[in-house]
Write a protein that binds this ligand. Structure first.
Ligand code: DX5
Ligand code: ZN
Length: 225
């Protein structure tokens, strides 16, 4: 895998032309589809559910990175597997029994991710970091695309990277929210592996080039280069 992994967020696609936007991502240098599921309870917005993801999966030629912004996500693990999720991330703040939930996700053959809200300190993951395949670090408050990046994320990302290295875990760091040409290079310096980009890609008049420009940052700044 070439780093950084680029995961355009389908939330910012044009749902009246979803097939076209999926084909754009297929043809691009992007690595994953980032799929945001919101329930109107955990976050103050509702996005889309199983029928949309199932249709997306029929056309998508790249892995589906599904980010659940829902309460009690453990209730739906098998359903997300059934509609094609490859990576399934649950929120730390939504899981009373996080260890059990991650085990159940892996049991279904998916990679297990944990998303953390901007206020959640990374040290809370210390005793479970070896069981996590991906930490989705929110750099905005979850619920909407196109929000302003929270600057504290750089420090937080560096702290998490140090924790991962110290633990010997293979966990990837994904940054979600406000990723663009200004924030992305600094995030890669801080140790980010995966960049989610919604508005930056889909508001671009040349989305293929925008994705390519993010991918190319790997050769300049990524610690994986
Ligand atoms: C926010 C979602 C993000 C969102 C990112 O709750 O989790 O994935 O789509 O959008 P941008 O890149 O526009 O901030
Ligand atoms: Zn997301």
């Amino acid at each position: 895998m070439n780093f950084p992994i680029i995961a355009p967020s389908v939330l910012s696609a044009d749902f009246a032309h979803l097939g076209r936007d999926i084909e754009m991502i297929n043809a691009s240098e992007a690595d994953w589809f980032h799929v945001d599921v919101m329930d109107g309870v955990f976050v103050p917005n509702i996005s889309f559910g199983f029928p949309v993801i199932k249709s997306l999966q029929k056309l998508a030629k790249k892995p589906l990175d599904v980010h659940l912004m829902i309460v009690q996500p453990e209730r739906y693990i098998k359903d997300f597997k059934a509609v094609g999720a490859d990576i399934l991330s649950v929120h730390y703040e939504a899981c009373t029994h996080l260890h059990r939930t991650l085990g159940a996700i892996k049991e279904e053959g998916m990679k297990a991710g944990v998303a953390i809200n901007p206020h959640t300190p990374v040290h809370l993951l210390k005793d479970i970091i070896k069981d996590i395949d991906l930490v989705c670090m929110m750099s905005v408050n979850p619920g909407f695309g196109g929000q302003k990046f929270i600057e504290q994320t750089y420090t937080k990302c560096a702290d998490l990277k140090a924790m991962i290295l110290a633990s010997g875990s293979n966990c990837l760091i994904e940054i979600d929210g406000g990723v663009n040409d200004v924030t992305a290079p600094k995030l890669l310096q801080a140790g980010a592996d995966v960049l989610v980009a919604g508005n930056y890609v889909f508001a671009s008049s040349t989305p293929l080039e925008t994705i390519s420009s993010l991918k190319k940052l790997g050769s300049d700044t990524s610690q994986h280069a």
